[in-house]
Design a protein around this ligand. Structure first.
Ligand SMILES: [Zn+2]
Length: 72
C-alpha cells in the first residue's frame, strides 16, 4: 500500500491515478524520473503540500468558527 505524498492518505493499488482526497497524481510518484523531472517533481510536490495545508487549516478554522457561533 502506498501513501499519498501530499495528504498522507493511504492508497490502494487499484486506486492508481489520482488521490481521492487531494487530487495528487500518484502515477507521477511511482514512475522512474530523470534528474530534471525529479527537480520539477519536488517543486510541484512542495506547492501541492503547501496548498493542501492551507486548505486543511481553512476547513479547521471554519469548523472552529462554527463551534463558537453555536455556543454563543
Ligand atoms: Zn492525497
Amino acid at each position: 500500500m502506498n501513501q499519498c505524498p501530499v495528504c498522507r492518505k493511504y492508497i490502494c493499488e487499484k486506486d492508481k491515478g489520482l488521490c481521492h482526497k487531494c487530487g495528487w497524481d500518484i502515477n507521477y510518484y511511482a514512475n522512474g524520473m530523470t534528474r530534471f523531472e525529479e527537480l520539477r517533481f519536488k517543486k510541484k510536490l512542495n506547492i501541492a503540500r503547501r496548498n493542501w495545508k492551507i486548505l486543511v487549516s481553512s476547513v479547521l478554522e471554519k469548523r472552529a468558527l462554527k463551534k463558537q457561533l453555536d455556543l454563543s
